[in-house]
Design a binder for this molecule. Structure first.
Ligand SMILES: [Zn+2]
Length: 214
């Protein structure tokens, strides 16, 4: 394949499965384009993606707030009751001198997931209103950098493992936040699975066509 200049690359898309370069063609609303070599989905075009993504991100934020506001579990150890909340867990790590683990937890299960939700909300609101050409670009770059670092799902699984181990020592009562966290993790997984960053870039290109042509 011979490309005349670098701009010509804008019309090609690389397959994440087999790394074949495919030409990017306009497709109908609700359909998807597949790789010519291996059949992997390259991109989808869904005009409702923005509304969809915005509503899921707001729902995710509500569950994230609930997960952090109420007790995750209550442990009854030899008559003394202990409420465990996410902020309290992080704070107690710092209080006990586990600064590195504390910082890791703070970023991986609190700051990054919160940032991703807020970026999504701002990004999709801007795309919906057709504003912020440069800001949406910066936000998309930031989003692709921090998405791999959001680990609320791993945190949730480690809570489950810890609970199974603690059952042997005392009575455990599941709190509201536990269910809120579960809902948040499921929404988070759904957003990451169904709203892919390359597709948001393509949507952005459709909304701000001037820059793509320049
Ligand atoms: Zn392929």
């Amino acid at each position: 394949m011979k490309l005349e200049n670098e701009d010509a690359l804008n019309h090609y898309i690389i397959c994440q499965q087999c790394y074949t370069l495919n030409e990017e063609l306009p497709i109908e609303d609700g359909s998807k384009a597949c790789c010519a070599e291996c059949g992997e989905i390259l991109y989808r075009y869904d005009s409702k993606l923005i509304d969809h993504a915005l509503s899921w991100s707001i729902t995710g934020l509500i569950f994230f707030a609930l997960a952090n506001a109420f007790p995750l579990v209550m442990i009854d150890l030899l008559g003394s009751e202990q409420f465990i909340t996410i902020p309290k867990t992080i704070a107690s790590l710092f209080a006990n001198g586990f600064y590195i683990v504390g910082f890791l937890c703070l970023f991986l299960i609190f700051i990054f997931p919160l940032m991703i939700l807020l970026i999504n909300i701002v990004l999709f609101t801007l795309l919906k209103t057709g504003r912020g050409e440069d800001l949406t670009k910066e936000l998309l770059i930031l989003l692709s950098r921090i998405t791999p670092w959001s680990m609320a799902d791993i945190f949730f699984i480690s809570i489950l493992v810890a609970l199974v181990k603690l059952i042997a020592f005392g009575q455990i009562h599941i709190g509201i936040s536990f269910w809120a966290l579960m809902a948040f993790v499921l929404i988070d997984l759904y957003i990451t699975k169904s709203i892919r960053i390359p597709e948001i870039w393509m949507l952005r290109k459709k909304i701000f066509p001037k820059e793509a042509a320049a």
